[in-house]
Design a protein around this ligand. Structure first.
Ligand SMILES: [Mg+2]
Length: 321
C-alpha cells in the first residue's frame, strides 16, 4: 500500500543543511545562474515502491549545490505534491496534474507570471491551464448524459472507492481527490465510444491521456508545455539558455522527454523503456532516488562538465533579492 504523502501544512524542512542560505529572495538564489534544469516525473522515476519522499527531496536538493534546479512533474494533485515540496530546503516550482497546473514559488512570480496566477496556496502562486475542476466535471457530466458514455470518474467516487482502486490510505486518497483541473476516470464503454469521446473532448480543447490505471481528462496541454513555460521563466531570470534534462518512465512523460536536450528513462511496468527518438537517452536500471541521482550525475557530467564537477558551497553566494 502506498503511504500518505507528507502533510503539506508542515513547516519546511529543518533537517536541512547548514550550507544553504535562508529561503527567500529571487529564484536566482545564486550569484551565478543555474547550470541546468532537471524536470522529473515522480512515480516509477524518482520514487520507487518504497515511496521515500525524504530521499527524493534530498536528492533534488543535493543537485542545487551544483546549481542544477530540479522541478518535479507529475500526474499527482497540487496537495499531494505540496507534501514533497515541503520537504525541500526551499520552495521550488512544480508541475501537477500532468501539466494542467504549475505551482510557482512566490519569489519567482514576476509581472508576466503574475498575470497567469489563479490563486495562492502557501508559498506558491497557482497557474491553471484550463477550466477549474468543478466546471470540468460539469462538462463531463453533460457529455455523458448527451452521448451515453460509460465512464466512472473520481468525481463519481467516494474516498473509500479511491482507496480501493489506488491502494492509497485515507489521507492519501483524500489528497488525490482534491483536484484542480483534471479528472481521472475508468472507461467502461466500447473502443468506438472511446474514440468518439476523445473527439468530443478535442472540440472542447480537452485531451485524454493514459496513466497507469486511469484515463485522465485534462486541458489540451501536457508535461512538455509546462516544462517549456518553467524553462522560459528560468532563462529570462538568468539571461541565458541552460541545458534541460528530463526524467520519466511512462507514455505521459514522452513529449517532455523528447523536448529535453537529454533524458533519463526508467523501466515501465513491463520492463521496457520508452523510445525517445533523437533525444540522447540514458536508460536507468531501476526507479528510486539513488539510481536517479547516480544516473543524473553521469548525464550532467557529460552535458555540463564544468558546472557539475565542483560543489562550491552556495552559502557564499548571496541571494539575489
Ligand atoms: Mg511515472
Amino acid at each position: 500500500m502506498n503511504t500518505t504523502l507528507h502533510d503539506p501544512t508542515q513547516r519546511r524542512g529543518s533537517s536541512g543543511s547548514a550550507t544553504l542560505p535562508p529561503p527567500g529572495g529571487s529564484i536566482v538564489w545564486l550569484a551565478q545562474p543555474a547550470s541546468a534544469l532537471v524536470f522529473t516525473d515522480l512515480d516509477g522515476t524518482l520514487l520507487d515502491d518504497s515511496y521515500d519522499l525524504d530521499a527524493a527531496a534530498r536528492a533534488m536538493d543535493d543537485l542545487l549545490r551544483s546549481r542544477v534546479m530540479t522541478i518535479a512533474v507529475s500526474s499527482k494533485t497540487l496537495r499531494e505534491m505540496r507534501g514533497l515540496d515541503a520537504l525541500r530546503e526551499r520552495p521550488a516550482p512544480f508541475i501537477f496534474e500532468n501539466g494542467a497546473g504549475i505551482a510557482w514559488p512566490d519569489s519567482m512570480i514576476d509581472d508576466e507570471i503574475g498575470e497567469r496566477i489563479h490563486h495562492h496556496v502557501g508559498d506558491h502562486g497557482i497557474e491553471l491551464n484550463g477550466p477549474p475542476y468543478a466546471a470540468l466535471c460539469n462538462t463531463l457530466a453533460r457529455l455523458r448524459a448527451r452521448q451515453r458514455y460509460d465512464f466512472h470518474g473520481f468525481n463519481d467516487m467516494d474516498t473509500d472507492e479511491v482507496m480501493a482502486l489506488t491502494g492509497l490510505d485515507q489521507p492519501g486518497a483524500e489528497n488525490a481527490r482534491d483536484r484542480m483541473c483534471s479528472e481521472p476516470l475508468l472507461w467502461r464503454g466500447s473502443d468506438e465510444d472511446l474514440e468518439s469521446f476523445r473527439n468530443d473532448l478535442a472540440e472542447m480543447q480537452l485531451t485524454l491521456i493514459a496513466g497507469g490505471r486511469f484515463l485522465h481528462v485534462l486541458p489540451a496541454t501536457d508535461k512538455a508545455d509546462a516544462m517549456a513555460s518553467v524553462t522560459q521563466a528560468y532563462e529570462q531570470l538568468s539571461g541565458q539558455r541552460v541545458p534541460v534534462l528530463a526524467c520519466g518512465d511512462s507514455e505521459n512523460d514522452l513529449a517532455m522527454l523528447k523536448q529535453a536536450d537529454a533524458c533519463l528513462t526508467f523501466p515501465q511496468q513491463d520492463g521496457s523503456y520508452l523510445d525517445t527518438g533523437d533525444t540522447a537517452n540514458l536508460q536507468v536500471p531501476a526507479a528510486g532516488a539513488e539510481p536517479w541521482r547516480i544516473a543524473l550525475q553521469k548525464l550532467l557530467s557529460d552535458l555540463v562538465p564544468c558546472n557539475t564537477s565542483h560543489t562550491s558551497p552556495i552559502e557564499e553566494r548571496p541571494a539575489n533579492e
